[in-house]
Design a protein around this ligand. Structure first.
Ligand code: ZN
Length: 181
């Protein structure tokens, strides 16, 4: 069997498993899409279904566990998939330069440092790099997310609410200066 055939069989098997897990979770196929995108391409994704306009959002959390004595570690990836997410509480304001795939250059945005968020359905997926398992389950909200995951939530909620058209400063608004410190 050549490499290509092996590869195709793997992909087919993965796709079949995906159908199985979607069935087991009792969700519609399109609900799973942002999670799949986050698994395949990384990052956070949001999407609104055309038919019954369900708002969907996948937020990825990455934590590296490192043992400085053994000099070994691994990065844990957790993805939270929300359907019809609602932010219940925001705390703090953080100025950030963010890049969105829809824009050419990075822009200055204000994000909350902490968010409390709930959704009609919340599915948590944990990628286990040592056993090559993706463990998925329904979880009960609300969740408190902070730092990069809170920024991600705020960014994707802007897309879902289409409320991002305020005038924003981008990289070209900066000016260079020689630092004297
Ligand atoms: Zn974006």
């Amino acid at each position: 069997m050549d490499f290509l055939e092996e590869e195709l069989k793997k992909k087919l098997k993965f796709n079949l498993q995906e159908q199985e897990i979607i069935k087991k979770l009792g969700i519609k196929h399109e609900v799973f899409l942002p999670l799949l995108f986050s698994l395949k391409f990384g990052g956070n994704w949001s999407y609104k279904t055309k038919k019954d306009s369900v708002r969907l959002m996948a937020i990825k959390d990455k934590v590296t566990r490192y043992d400085p004595e053994e000099k070994l570690g691994h990065t844990l990836e957790t993805i939270y998939l929300f359907s019809n997410p609602v932010i219940l509480k925001e705390e703090g304001r953080v100025l950030r330069l963010e890049k969105c795939s829809e824009k050419q250059e990075r822009e200055i945005v204000k994000r909350p440092y902490k968010v409390v968020i709930d959704g009609e359905d919340i599915i948590k997926a944990v990628l286990d790099l040592s056993s090559l398992k993706i463990r998925v389950k329904h979880i009960q909200g609300p969740l408190t997310l902070e730092g990069s995951t809170a920024y991600g939530v705020s960014h994707e909620m802007d897309h879902l609410n289409e409320s991002e058209d305020e005038e924003r400063k981008c990289l070209w608004d900066f000016s260079y200066e020689i630092s004297d410190s």
